[in-house]
Design a protein around this ligand. Structure first.
Ligand code: C2O
Ligand code: CU
Ligand code: CU
Length: 477
């Protein structure tokens, strides 16, 4: 079966929003798609690996003419891709060379909160550094790093801070997937920006409901071209936008296969011609270019705007057939005797609230015991008419999507996720398990909603090892 549907409710797509900024491709020459370099370790000793991640300012040739001032991780813009392996002990030295406080959040890594995880309680002050370490214990997936200082996440991401994280494990490495980074396995980081005489101006473009930009960027490139040199190419797609939804399809409706989502490989491949990603969602897809001939060009679109071009070269035939079953998904059964956790995302503009409240860094909003499997109902109370999708994200864990308004989840939501787009008027039921302790954020991933305060904190605790957390206040950021 091939799905040709975005699945989400059309009346609440972002293009119906009053402040919608349509995408357009500026009249600029094509250039090679930027493929971020892979971050090299400072040191490797047995099972221990040391990295340095530096948040810094730089300059990038994005449009013709003067270069754009941008921010990045070990790079002028975005950042170097970090490849991590399940089971390895990582030591990360985080340096802040920016003129303001930032944090380094590992979106999708199940590492302890609130410090290692890099939320707002882990500030790295300008000119200073912080050292963290963790042993990775999770399946292969595509994650990302981004800043999380309260309330400046949206602006810092807008300025360029975001990079892909590739997690590898023993199971994924046995599957017949392309995995030659930069050749047949590439990050596709989707964003949108507006430039003012080639410079970013977050205040000028700010929208409290989520800042949108005019031009689409893929890995920081406008009008990028990727040379296809293998029949199959694996795209690790990340919606890295502050707010925009990307509704992806190829210009000729070429079919592709989704093999992974936020929390890892899907139980079975899903064949699609259209794919919608809300803010911070990821999808790994395999595109088979076997039916094209050298010189053909295929464009990836969002709605009716091309984002980038694949230029077909010569390649050896590849007749790999994906297995119908990819990975086993743990069969979590809810811990008996526990009530359903209910959380409500309400409002739009500066009225957005989570459970009727604004974020307070010193308030722990709820607790969940480590190892408990708890069902949550996540409700978006917006009206279907004139409302919007709020992408709900949790730190420190992954969850399973059980249902949407009592109906089956979308066909590509059968794996673990950490972001789920909740339609207006919808209740999404998810199944949540924490296996690392800490105080963790959960929030709407429209970054301006998060910064406004559509965010709360949960403590994942071990009753046998109670911990006390020193929670910072906003003034200490
Ligand atoms: Cu992408 Cu609170 O995170
Ligand atoms: Cu996160
Ligand atoms: Cu929201």
């Amino acid at each position: 079966k091939v799905y040709s549907d975005y699945f989400f409710d059309e009346p609440v797509f972002d293009l119906h929003d009053g402040g919608y900024v349509p995408l357009s491709l500026p009249d600029v020459p094509e250039k090679p798609l930027t493929i971020p370099a892979v971050l090299q370790p400072d040191r490797v000793e047995g099972n221990d690996v040391w990295y340095t991640v530096t948040a810094r300012a730089g300059e990038t040739q994005i449009l013709p003419g003067v270069k754009t001032k941008t921010w990045g991780y070990n790079a002028d813009l975005l950042g170097t891709t970090i490849v991590l392996k399940d089971g390895v002990h990582y030591h990360v030295h985080i340096e802040n060379q920016l003129p303001e406080v930032t944090t380094l959040h590992w979106h999708g890594l199940n590492v302890p909160g609130p410090i290692t995880d890099g939320g707002p309680h882990a500030p790295v002050y300008p000119g200073k550094s912080r050292d963290i370490d963790f042993t990775l214990d999770q399946p292969a997936q595509t994650d990302w790093i981004h800043p999380h200082p309260c309330p400046n996440t949206a602006r810092q991401v807008w300025n360029g801070l975001a990079a892909a994280v590739v997690v590898q494990d023993e199971i994924e490495s046995q599957l017949p997937f392309p995995r030659n980074y930069g050749v047949d396995d590439i990050p596709v980081i989707l964003q949108d920006r507006t430039y003012h005489e080639n410079q970013l101006d977050y205040e000028a473009d700010y929208d409290v409901d989520g800042t949108l930009g005019k031009y689409p960027l893929v890995n920081g490139t406008i009008n990028g071209v990727f040379q296809v040199t293998t029949q199959r190419v694996r795209l690790r797609i990340l919606n890295g936008a502050d707010r925009r939804e990307f509704r992806l399809h190829f210009g000729d409706q070429h079919q592709f296969t989704q093999i992974g989502s936020d929390g890892g490989i899907l139980p079975a491949p899903v064949h699609l011609t259209k794919l919608m990603l809300t803010a911070a969602e990821r999808a790994e897809v395999i595109v088979d270019f076997g039916e094209y001939k050298p010189g053909d060009r295929v464009q990836l679109f969002s709605d009716d705007v091309p984002l980038m071009t694949f230029e077909i070269g010569t390649f050896a035939p590849d007749d790999t057939v994906l297995p119908e079953h990819l990975v086993d998904i743990a069969d979590w059964q809810p811990t008996s005797g526990l009530a359903i956790e209910k959380t409500v995302m309400s409002g739009m503009d500066d009225e957005v609230r989570l459970d009727g409240k604004l974020f307070d860094m010193q308030r722990i909003d709820r607790k969940q015991k480590l190892g408990d499997v708890v069902d949550w109902e996540v409700t978006n109370t917006n009206e279907m008419d004139g409302g919007m999708i709020h992408p709900f994200h949790m730190h420190g864990c992954h969850f399973l999507v059980l249902s949407r308004n009592g109906q089956a989840p979308y066909p590509n939501e059968h794996g673990f996720k950490d972001v789920v787009g909740v339609n207006a008027g919808e209740t999404v039921k998810i199944r949540v398990l924490f296996d690392v302790p800490g105080v963790f954020m959960y929030h709407c991933h429209i970054l301006e909603h998060e910064d406004t305060g559509m965010m709360a904190q949960i403590e994942a605790y071990d009753p046998d090892h109670p911990q006390t957390y020193h929670l910072l206040s906003m003034d200490e950021m």
